[in-house]
Design a protein around this ligand. Structure first.
Ligand code: BJW
Ligand code: ZN
Length: 247
């Protein structure tokens, strides 16, 4: 992986950064990505699990899948890529972290301002009265939890296909992408919209757009630079360059 001279000098002076992360940033923590040969969806089709109709058809199956994943994210730890983003938030004046991940690892690492586009697997709510439920028990039982107020089905607070993103969150992400000098898109295949449109939106507004991924993606042809490699190895190198001028 080579870091261009242009990016090197930008890192030394940049004061406004917006970051978009996807499942790849948590891969080195041991959380499976969605797509690809070892992905969560290599055997299960997303449309069978990650949408509201699937939940209504078979809530037990959908809960079983989320319980399984909730247990994994509960057991793993943030990795050097997550911690690099915590350092980045400390180092630059304006920093926005936009994540598609629902695994809570950015907060657990210590980032303060995180825009969660697709919700958070550790939260749940009632589909009827919308009441939030804290601490849905991690259980291997297949039973679906019910609301204590209205007996409605409880669902994970994640965004499924065909659902709107949480109010105001995408708008805030678009604003940060449009305002920043440097936009980093990290560990995402960039196939799911509207998140996948953020790198282009940033570039259209004049940001320098850098992708960090183990392989080229759908947006590689629209970014200024692709750094091929693992996020946990590439990001600490970027931080070292940034820190050179900020001691
Ligand atoms: C590494 C690495 C390492 C590995 N280091 N890298 C046409 C145009 C525009 C939109 C649409 C369209 N057709 C349909 C739509 C809408 C749809 C959509 O985008 N569909 C596409 C598939 C075409 N979008 C929606 O429905 C969204 N809502 C919406 O648009 O609302 C408006 C609306 C409402 C009603 C009607 C119509 C419109 C909602 C999208 C919700 C996505 N939800 C999920 C599930 C969340 C819950 C859960 O976790 O179970 O979010 S889907 C899944 O994909 C999850 C992820 O956040 C998302 C993105 O995946 P991500 O993060 O990119 O992961 P991977 O696995 O794809 O990629 C990992 C990458 O990491 C790879 O590139 C690896 O190479 C890399 N990697 N190891 C660095 N160590
Ligand atoms: Zn309820």
């Amino acid at each position: 992986m080579t870091i261009s001279i242009k990016l090197r000098s930008l890192l030394q002076r940049v004061e406004s950064i917006c970051v978009l992360t996807g499942a790849g940033i948590s891969a080195e923590s041991g959380v499976a990505t969605f797509r690809g040969v070892d992905g969560l969806w290599s055997k299960l089709k997303p449309e069978e699990l990650a949408n509201f109709d699937a939940f209504m058809r078979n809530p037990e199956l959908v809960w079983e899948w989320y319980n399984y994943r909730r247990q994994i994210v509960h057991d793993v730890k943030p990795n050097p890529a997550h911690y690099a983003l915590v350092r980045l938030e400390e180092l630059v004046k304006e920093f926005t972290l936009v994540t598609q991940n629902v695994d809570n690892l950015h907060y657990r690492a210590g980032n303060k301002r995180v825009l969660e586009l697709h919700g958070n697997i550790e939260r749940s709510y009632c589909i009827d009265c919308r009441k939030f439920v804290e601490n849905v028990e991690v259980t291997t039982e297949k039973k679906v939890p019910r609301c204590s107020s209205c007996n409605g089905l409880i669902r994970p607070d994640v965004v499924w296909f065909g659902e709107m993103l949480p109010e105001g969150v995408f708008e805030a992400a678009t604003e940060a992408a449009s305002r920043c000098e440097l936009f980093l898109t990290i560990g995402t295949s960039a196939v799911v919209y509207p998140a996948a449109g953020l790198p282009r939106a940033a570039r259209n507004q004049g940001a320098y757009v850098v992708e960090v991924n183990t392989e080229p993606t759908e947006v590689s042809h629209t970014v200024n630079e692709t750094l091929l490699g693992k996020a946990g190895e590439v990001l600490p190198q970027l931080i070292t360059i940034l820190e050179e001028t900020r001691k």
